[in-house]
Design a protein around this ligand. Sequence first.
Ligand SMILES: NC(=O)c1ccc[n+]([C@@H]2O[C@H](COP(=O)([O-])OP(=O)(O)OC[C@H]3O[C@@H](n4cnc5c(N)ncnc54)[C@H](OP(=O)(O)O)[C@@H]3O)[C@@H](O)[C@H]2O)c1
Length: 323
Amino acid sequence: MRAIQITRLDGPEAVELVELDEPHDDGKVVIDVHAAGVAFPDALQSRGLYQYKPELPYVPGAEIAGVVRSAPAGAHVVAGDRVAGLTMLFGAMAEVVTLEPERVFALPDAVSFEAGAGILFNDLTVHFALRERGRLRTGETVLVHGAAGGIGTSTLRLAPAFGATRTIAVVSSAEKAQVATAAGATDVVLADGFKDAVKDLTDGRGVDIVVDPVGGDRFTDSLRSLAPGGRLLVVGFTGGEIPTVKVNRLLLNNVDAVGVGWGAWTMTHPGYLAEQWAELEPLLASGAVPAPEPDVYPLERAGEAIASLENRTARGKVVLKVR
Ligand SMILES: NC(=O)c1ccc[n+]([C@@H]2O[C@H](COP(=O)([O-])OP(=O)(O)OC[C@H]3O[C@@H](n4cnc5c(N)ncnc54)[C@H](OP(=O)(O)O)[C@@H]3O)[C@@H](O)[C@H]2O)c1
């Protein structure tokens, strides 16, 4: 089978398209992969900078969409089913993958393979962030940083379905503002000076939730942008620097800084992924949550696709077309 492989930790340019043996089924679900998602950890891992470091050589990628070739008896999917699947840390960018049944999810007919490969990693993180950790309530306002990225566009697509009546997208350029608007943002502001723009937009009140996959030096202004009772959801650090927080700010304004570690949560909460999908799947099937509109690259351009997240040129969710 064709697969993308990383043999040395020299970044996205070093990824190679190779021929590998297909995996043995080992009692798992065997899936013919049609598309594979690209996420920020793929870029970090390619330089050995992610918290989880696969042994070399490895096939990158956390998520796929495709068709079940075979499944163990009693599994909730059968041969021929259209599915999305989570490899979670690595292994997705290949023509065939094997997955435990609990990592495989029936894909609604209305969702294409390319869109389906861009759903699980970000949408389930954002679902966990907004519902479980952020306690999003009907009528609240959600601000999201890096709004034209994977987590960003996912937040803009999901938040209204979970009750947000306003979403404020923070982006670094006018071009990315268009991506955020297309993903459903109510308002878009530039990262530079976002605090004052948010103050104006909310008549000085601030927002109820900040979804922050960026971190860095905007963290304090994010805390200052929260309304009383607001929650700042710490999702990631694409900006590079891990911010520190003076906790008197939390006390003075009655706000929370909340960690969002979705992967770790799924490890300690068996059945949680299935619960999440049971809530999300009907919303995707009905169109209440629109499917992502990914930026699609062919498998052989995987290096370029991964690099687009690192060099900040990615527009929305990035996906590889595998077959
Ligand atoms: N906590 C969890 O459970 C969990 C799960 C999944 C992902 N994550 C994390 O979430 C973060 C976002 O992932 P993603 O897949 O959404 O990434 P992405 O698609 O690349 O989007 C990240 C956004 O960050 C912004 N950014 C600001 N400074 C940047 C810089 N120096 N380099 C690159 N981007 C920069 C960019 O927007 P602008 O250019 O508009 O600023 C970009 O659109 C990552 O840190 C990832 O590890 C966490």
